[in-house]
Design a protein. Structure first.
Length: 401
């Protein structure tokens, strides 16, 4: 894309002519991976007791572990930081107070995240994004090199420190093929979600959230996402996505190297020792590497007309990412919890994966139909109105014939 072409803007609520379509495609693709990873947590008590799978379920779980686990939230975090810069630049062009507008955006995201976490599903990530967004405001006036330096420092200090600590404590001991868990907590979760009252389900949801986010869990999640968001903001300021055709050779090399590194690190526990040390390397370094591969290969494929036509379908769900993310939680909890169909603990890993693909496909169709008539998704529209402090038209204006 030439430097004089109009910049895109990629937070909720921009017109199609102002958007960077590649970002919508990436976001839509990432939602599929996130749903595939989340489905076992929607449908069973793997949070507490990840028992071994057999047959087709074993191969399904292995495929998701290697291809999806910890490989899509880095992509989403990157896009979050990227979109923040796009939105900031648009507000500057309009001479609007972007700090105030961003503060309202992140406060809204925090409120939605709290509702989602404690009234719908414990596995919410919006709270973490809202907190990361508040930190990113400290970089609002910083130069691109500050965003890059912050990303490198935050990532290195956090993760290499953890790797060093785990390397000293884990040693060469492993539990390959075994899973540590708490069977008592798993049984309790199964009982409450499958047969419990609304009160039982609420408190189980609360306990699940605290199990994941308590004792520093939320802080660690924020610290893990921050460097990825900072790097996304850096890339946005360097305009590498808009001008991807100028860097095809470099992007191709990055894609190849990240694929090799990603596959090697993601399979590390399978051919070495399976313990906390190798699992951490698998998820943090392997997951981030594979996320880099997904992002770069999609940018390359979008330069090919045939592939671009096929991949463009992802843009519709990507433009409504907040709506579709929440909708996934609502539909899945209605299917699996007692106040819905009560399927919790009754679906195999393979069947759950098929269900995730079907649900995502339905979302693709609905999103495409919705955006034929409306400018924004429902939640994106509310988010935009709250951010700007005024009501925006949601219907598309009909073009004169």
């Amino acid at each position: 894309m030439k430097r004089g072409r109009k910049k895109g803007e990629n937070m909720a609520g921009q017109s199609n002519t102002e958007r960077i379509i590649a970002i919508d495609v990436l976001r839509g693709f990432a939602l599929l991976g996130i749903l595939l990873v989340n489905m076992p947590y929607f449908s069973s008590s793997v949070l507490y007791d990840r028992k071994g799978f057999n047959g087709l379920d074993h191969w399904t779980a292995t495929a998701i572990d290697i291809a999806c686990e910890a490989s899509f939230y880095p992509l989403f975090a990157f896009l979050f930081g990227f979109s923040m810069i796009m939105f900031r630049d648009r507000l500057r062009q309009r001479q609007l107070p972007f700090i105030r507008i961003f503060a309202r955006r992140f406060m809204f995201l925090l409120v939605v995240g709290l509702i989602h976490a404690f009234l719908i599903w414990f596995g919410d990530i919006l709270i973490s994004y809202a907190l990361v967004g508040g930190i990113l405001l400290l970089f609002a006036h910083a130069r691109p090199r500050a965003w890059l330096a912050g990303a490198i420092i935050c990532f290195s200090v956090l993760h290499f420190s953890v790797v060093l600590l785990l390397g000293m404590t884990s040693g060469l001991e492993g539990t390959k093929g075994a899973d540590h868990g708490n069977a008592a907590l798993a049984v309790k979760a199964l009982h409450h979600y499958q047969n419990g009252t609304l009160s039982d389900i609420f408190w189980q949801r609360w306990n699940d959230w605290m199990y994941v986010n308590g004792s520093g869990g939320l802080l660690f999640t924020v610290a893990t996402m921050l460097p990825l968001c900072l790097f996304g903001g850096y890339v946005a300021q360097k305009r590498w996505v808009e001008e991807a055709d100028r860097y095809t050779g470099v992007i191709r090399q990055v894609a190849l190297l990240s694929l090799i590194a990603g596959l090697f690190l993601k399979t590390l526990p399978y051919f070495t020792i399976d313990n906390e040390f190798t699992a951490y390397i698998q998820h943090i370094f392997g997951g981030t590497s594979l996320a880099c591969f997904y992002g770069t290969v999609i940018l390359l494929l979008l330069q090919k007309n045939w592939w671009k036509q096929k991949l463009m379908i992802f843009q519709y769900i990507g433009k409504m990412s907040l709506t579709n993310y929440l909708l996934q939680s609502i539909v899945c909890t209605m299917l699996f919890y007692h106040y819905g169909l009560g399927w919790y603990g009754k679906m195999s890993m393979f069947a759950g994966t098929l269900l995730a693909i079907i649900l995502y496909s339905v979302q693709l169709v609905i999103s495409r139909q919705w955006l034929r008539h409306f400018q924004f998704g429902p939640m994106e529209w509310i988010w935009r109105c709250v951010s700007y402090g005024k009501r925006w038209a949601i219907y598309k204006q009909k073009r004169p014939s």
